[in-house]
Design a protein around this ligand. Structure first.
Ligand SMILES: Cc1cc2nc3c(=O)[nH]c(=O)nc-3n(C[C@H](O)[C@H](O)[C@H](O)COP(=O)(O)OP(=O)(O)OC[C@H]3O[C@@H](n4cnc5c(N)ncnc54)[C@H](O)[C@@H]3O)c2cc1C
Length: 466
């Protein structure tokens, strides 16, 4: 049977935030555009998100909070975000007025469903096509140039010829092999807090085509969530996330503190430490005072604990730390060690001798002293991967020969680093590395800005070659 054939100027792979933005932008350049989406719906993880499109207010603040990553890409993100907001508004996407986010950022809130519908409508009105249930498997190449893809839908294989291809498949968090290789050997106990289809297809296909990857492939974004046997669905990811963790005391299953809970752009850094603990698990301990203490952008710990109980998550409440840690024994946490860890923490915080704590506690230094005390068994999750395909600021995918390790970046003269793009190949959204790392710059803003650029560049290229 002959493989079905299709031809387009620009092929966008992935119908999430980055892919939808890329498709509309490429159509605005006058290119013929086809978007394929592997899932049963459009919107990717964006459809599950809060819809808070945010990033840092300026590049210097970003650099202070996220010192790793590619400064050129990061600066570009901060610079281009206001223009990208205007673009979305002009398209009819409803954005709330800008507000200050977590003291260091700027944000505008949107409704993901309305944004998805509006972007899809523009694709149709501008003469493009968007298909779901079609998965890219591999990139097709001739003479070192990308010429299209091999994809599969319910009817079998389809060969799509394109003058330019944009991969926007949303990262590799849904691929247990890749997560085990790069992130944690216990990937089977890491919750997938994302759409289920982002399995690294963009990264794997681009690598076969010769693409370079960025440093920090082990970094990712996520939040600790209610541990089993809690039951929840994808639309409850937010409600089941224990984002107050930076104010709690986190103990591993050995009953020991293992990280400074308080550091990072949010609870995501603590979550990434939990992902490397036994079973990807930890216990968040807090008292009645912390339970009512507001941490900007996160629900109260008491509210999260109530929701967790209702979902059937392992939770303990007790009038004393002795009783709390005794009951933690039922989870396999040794009570004497857990109690000792809590006393050591409290003594250091109350005496002001927190410098001596190992691991230290740099912020949110609250004693766990006001009953009742709560212990929540949590499990780490992965929302998206932060390392990925290496691109330039036009979102052109760069060849492996131009790949550099972080160490080489420190030791090499910049003029020695030659970067060559793979002809006709672009990347956008979470498939692109170099923005976040051990800190977080905003997933939707990254997808919006990179999708828009990739669409513009690929659209121009596709139209010119017609
Ligand atoms: C619960 C939750 C809350 C969040 N809240 C926020 C927030 O408030 N603010 C924020 O900035 N970020 C938030 N995020 C993160 C944000 O949603 C992502 O960073 C963003 O959606 C990334 O955009 P993307 O286009 O790269 O990936 P996605 O939006 O996930 O889209 C990728 C798409 O590619 C498709 N795909 C994968 N493989 C293939 C293939 N082989 N062929 C065709 N298609 C393929 C997938 O099915 C998917 O639809 C949240 C995420 C979650 C899960």
């Amino acid at each position: 049977m002959a493989i079905r054939q299709r031809t387009t100027d620009v092929l966008v792979i992935g119908g999430g935030m980055a892919g939808l933005c890329a498709a509309v932008r490429a159509l605005q350049q006058g290119a013929k555009v086809l978007l394929i989406e592997k899932g049963t719906r459009f919107g990717g993880s964006m459809a599950l998100s809060n819809g808070t499109i945010w990033s840092f207010a300026d590049a210097a603040v970003l650099k202070r909070h996220v010192p790793e990553g590619d400064p050129t890409l990061q600066e570009m993100l901060v610079e281009q975000l206001p223009e990208a907001f205007d673009w979305l508004t002009q398209l009819g996407v409803q954005l709330e007025p800008e507000f200050v986010f977590l003291n260091y950022g700027r944000a505008r809130r949107t409704a993901p469903a309305q944004m998805t519908t509006t972007l899809l409508e523009h694709i149709v009105v501008l003469g493009g096509e968007a298909l779901h249930g079609v998965a890219m498997q591999e990139l097709r190449m001739r003479d070192g140039e990308v010429t299209g893809v091999l994809a599969f839908d319910a009817s079998g294989p389809v060969e799509i010829h394109a003058r330019s291809v944009i991969v926007a498949t949303g990262g590799f968090q849904g691929n247990p092999d890749l997560v085990a290789r790069y992130i944690t050997p216990t990937s089977d106990t890491l919750y997938l807090r994302s759409n289920p289809w982002s399995t690294g297809d963009g990264l794997l296909a681009a690598q076969v085509a010769g693409a370079a990857t960025t440093p920090l492939l082990h970094t990712f974004y996520g939040h600790a969530m209610c541990a089993p046997p809690a039951r929840f669905n994808r639309l409850e990811f937010q409600a089941m996330s224990h984002k107050y963790g930076q104010m709690a005391v986190a103990l591993n299953m050995e009953g020991e503190r293992f990280a400074d809970e308080s550091v990072g752009t949010g609870e995501e850094l603590l979550n990434s430490h939990i992902a490397r603990q036994c079973g990807c698990r930890a216990v968040y301990v807090f008292d009645a005072a912390v339970g009512e203490r507001a941490l900007e952008g996160t629900p109260l710990a008491r509210v999260v604990a109530d929701r967790a109980r209702q979902a059937g998550a392992p939770m303990i409440q007790a009038g004393s730390l002795d009783e709390l840690t005794r009951q933690m024994g039922e989870w396999g946490v040794p009570p004497p060690k857990a109690l000792r860890s809590m006393h050591t923490y409290n003594e250091a915080i109350v005496s002001g001798n927190h410098e001596a704590l190992m691991p230290p506690r740099r912020a949110h230094r609250y004693p766990v002293a006001t009953p009742p005390f709560t212990a929540a068994l949590v499990q780490a999750s992965i929302t998206f991967t932060c390392g990925g395909i290496f691109t330039d600021i036009d979102m052109r995918v760069l060849r492996r020969s131009s790949s550099v390790s972080s160490l080489a970046l420190v030791t090499a003269d910049v003029s020695e680093l030659q970067t060559q793009p793979i002809a006709n190949l672009f990347a956008a959204g979470c498939d692109v590395g170099g923005f976040s790392g051990r800190g977080y710059v905003g997933g939707l803003s990254q997808a919006l800005v990179t999708g828009r650029i990739a669409g513009e560049e690929a659209g121009r290229l596709g139209r010119r070659r017609r």
